[in-house]
Write a protein that binds this ligand. Sequence first.
Ligand code: KG4
Ligand code: ZN
Length: 339
Amino acid sequence: MNKTDMKILAIESSCDETAAAVVRNGREILSNVINSQISLHTKYGGVVPELASRKHIENIDPVIREALSQAGETFDSIDAVAVTYGPGLVGALLVGVSAAKAIAFAKNKPLIGVNHIEGHVCANLLEHPDLEPPFLCLIVSGGHTNLAVMEDYGVFRILGQTRDDAAGEAFDKVARAIGLGYPGGPKIEKAAEGGDPYAIHFPRGKVDEAPYDFTFSGMKSAVLNYLNHEAMAGNDVCAADVAAGFQEAVTDVLVERALLAARDLGENRIVLAGGVAANGYLRSRLQSACDADNIRLYSPSKILCTDNAAMIGAAAYYHLIRGERSDLTLNAVPGLKLG
Ligand code: KG4
Ligand code: ZN
């Protein structure tokens, strides 16, 4: 393709947000519509996959039409259709994938399947025009925790990953255990504001001989053990202190390992991505550590940390200009890997 102005309609439905966006040349958001299902799932304490799929079905058409209308585009005027095809909930993914395939087929447009985690990283491209690979990234999401190098657009070399829970998953489980409910991350962050991060010490897990890997299950179990112990002793638990102590432990580990990788690789840029990147405490701690080491930190604004389709459009652009296409057999891949 040699057209200079490429507008991609992007669709995202991997979990509990139905989203569509129009992105120009991988860097400029023309519209970014997000319909969150948080209120639907709150009463169940977490995302109910079956309900998520049904809600996506209801929302997908109006959300896509709204994204096109806000961008002043039509199904005919866009240049390609991009969609998240994994990782995520299979029934949820299938709604977006089916919609994207239908549009691509009906309007004879190129179809581009995008990895959701690659999308989270590419959220940064929308707000940092100077950012180009290769760069080191710290990916902290609900399902993934990775240190990786994005060597080229869409090309990742994984340095480290979690051996058990992802960072966001640990936030969600601890939030549930201390009665804060879903969605756990933002609730822990809020509760932690009123707590003492040093009142309770939780372990900072390390993986032997894998300096860039993560383990959060020991930390999570230590929180659960602490809560059980206090309950059996008849003591009141200060949820704010638990939240602050846990957030401190997660942040210590993420900051320490990202800085270690940057130092070892001689990298002077770190790109933060994923839902947990919305955490203000993590952002400010990582910023201070980067400042001290003369490293430039890139992070998306909070609205682009959570699931959205603009990040999928950003990632898709670089596949589109390289001539990479998905065909109409594109299927949802719930366990899709990065790299
Ligand atoms: O990155 P994401 O969309 O998940 C995957 O793509 O897998 O983000 C969702 C995760 C949830 O675990 C949520 O609790 C966490 O991001 N999260 C946060 C915050 N906001 C969202 N975690 C900590 N602090 C936050 N402010
Ligand atoms: Zn996500």
